[in-house]
Design a binder for this molecule. Sequence first.
Ligand SMILES: Cc1ncc(COP(=O)(O)O)c(C=O)c1O
Length: 390
Amino acid sequence: MPVRKKRRPHRLVFGQPLIEEPEIREVVDCLRSGWLGAGPRVHRFEKAFRRYKRRGDAIALNSCTSALHLSLLAAGIKPGDEVITTAMTFCATVNAIIHAGAVPVIADVDPATMNIDPSSVAAKITRKTRAIIPVHFAGRMCDMDALCRIAARRRLKVIEDCAHALEAEYRGRRSGTFGDFGCFSFYATKNVSTGDGGMILARRRTDADRVRRLASHGLDKDAWARFGGKGFAHYRVVEAGYKCNMTDVQAAIGIHQLARVEDNWRRRRSVWDRYQEAFSDLPVVRPSQVEPKTRHSYHLYTLLIDKDKAGIGRDECARRLLSLGIGVGVHYLSIPEHPYYHANFGWRPQEYPNAMRIGHQTLSLTISPWLSDPEILRIIRAVRRTLLGR
Ligand SMILES: Cc1ncc(COP(=O)(O)O)c(C=O)c1O
């Protein structure tokens, strides 16, 4: 008799995006159209994004990293200026400040919200400070009242890093509309994904025009205006720009992803709620309640695992879950723990104790709308088994 092999359960990829037929068809149509670069689909995506946000001017780019970089340049940040951001973020936030020629300054986070602590920001301001980049971590809005008050008092620019916070709101106002610029990511694991991609929401028309120019070599006309629908036109280089535009192939995905943004948000919220309930008796710290009058975008679901309390450390927990086919993430080791920043800015992790502790204990579980109900149950069981040994 043939030996039947026991089938291993498939691996659940962390943050797998939910790609559906409309975007697949749109990509195929785009490929067949012969126009792959920035063109009519990018314009459609920008228009839909602006409508979703209800304010500002939207410029589609190749990444949120570019969005942060170009926002800093358009904000007039000059070499030697200081820009304050959080010690608990992805390195792109800090690298964009460095690439703009400015000096990054980091502030510690509030231990409950994991967001930049306004009192720590206030303590870091010097005569050279020109801007603040709050990061709405995991999809939870920062304390924008306090941060905008500090910025107004000290005449600082505000650039919101909304990479995690597409659907988030604070007192009825949408993320990315508080600052001079809001920067969004459509990276593979983000709530709306185009594989890679980004968007800037600029409050002022003049800033939006500058960003558009910077994103396209400093030309006074984009490719669609030069060769597209209306025929041939000369361009002029008016400044030494960069190459950061989105393509129509990416926008073809984004248009349909954005059309389902609220459905997917509801699905992630329900996964989040199930995790919150299922893990209530575990010896770990779950995400804190969503603050009143705010809307969380439910990008990351993070548990804090303290080895002294759980009897198992974060890294061991991650290894065991991976061995059970459950994809997990770490968001993030705190910024000062990375050797480059330590060597170049002298930052020491102990000086940012809240961010450091979170960085050592945090573990992200996937809440992708792609997950089926049995898969959610499988994750819950695996986490419980890993932490309780049963
Ligand atoms: C907080 C934060 N900022 C910026 C970025 C950079 O986004 P992108 O990959 O679109 O450049 C990321 C990406 O993961 C992020 O998590």
